[in-house]
Design a protein around this ligand. Structure first.
Ligand code: DLZ
Length: 163
């Protein structure tokens, strides 16, 4: 089993949809880019591994996680985009700033998903420190970018069953 397979083994991959014609947007926050780049690599590789075409994956950068909501809205509004994956890392600080960002982004992405009726995946890490962040971006706790991509694939499968 490859390391990618091991990271994904928590998922039941039976019945995954054909995503070869699906179009994805991956939004990446520039804050904590040493981690968000690893999340992006995980998400991108997982989409490819499960059948997405490279030309059907678009990347967009936003300054910080707070901007993931607006960026996701712009992509999700596009008719040709089937799913959006929003990736960021908000490290706990001495102020409540991180709480405000986390709640705003979680609520914002939920709203975009409901408004556009498309999967908009919350791939935002909220660790206590950089070490914990790296453990979840290809380290001992897997890669949350992989999981975000797999969540998008599964939601597209569910959507296909319903509509
Ligand atoms: C301001 C800020 C802070 C303090 N921390 C983070 C962080 O840990 N992760 C992150 O992605 N962004 C952070 N930001 C930036 C905000 O997300 C946002 O870009 C600014 O508040 C401007 O709207």
């Amino acid at each position: 089993m490859s390391s990618a397979d091991k990271n994904l083994s928590v998922f039941n991959t039976a019945g995954l949809p054909d995503i070869s014609s699906k179009k994805f947007a991956i939004l990446v926050a520039e804050w904590n880019s040493e981690v968000t780049e690893k999340l992006f690599a995980g998400a991108y590789d997982t989409l490819i591994q499960y059948g997405a075409m490279p030309q059907n994956i678009e990347r967009g950068n936003v300054p910080g996680s707070f901007e993931l909501t607006t960026g996701s809205q712009w992509y999700a509004e596009r008719k040709d985009i089937d799913a959006v994956i929003a990736l960021g890392v908000v490290i706990q600080g001495e102020t409540k700033h991180n709480d405000y960002i986390n709640h705003a982004v979680a609520q914002g992405l939920t709203n975009v998903s409901i408004k556009t009726s498309k999967p908009v995946i919350f791939g935002v890490l909220t660790p206590n420190n950089m070490e914990q962040a790296l453990e979840r971006a290809g380290g001992m706790h897997g890669n949350k970018g992989d999981e975000a991509a797999m969540t998008a694939i599964k939601m597209l499968g569910l959507r296909g069953e319903i509509f």
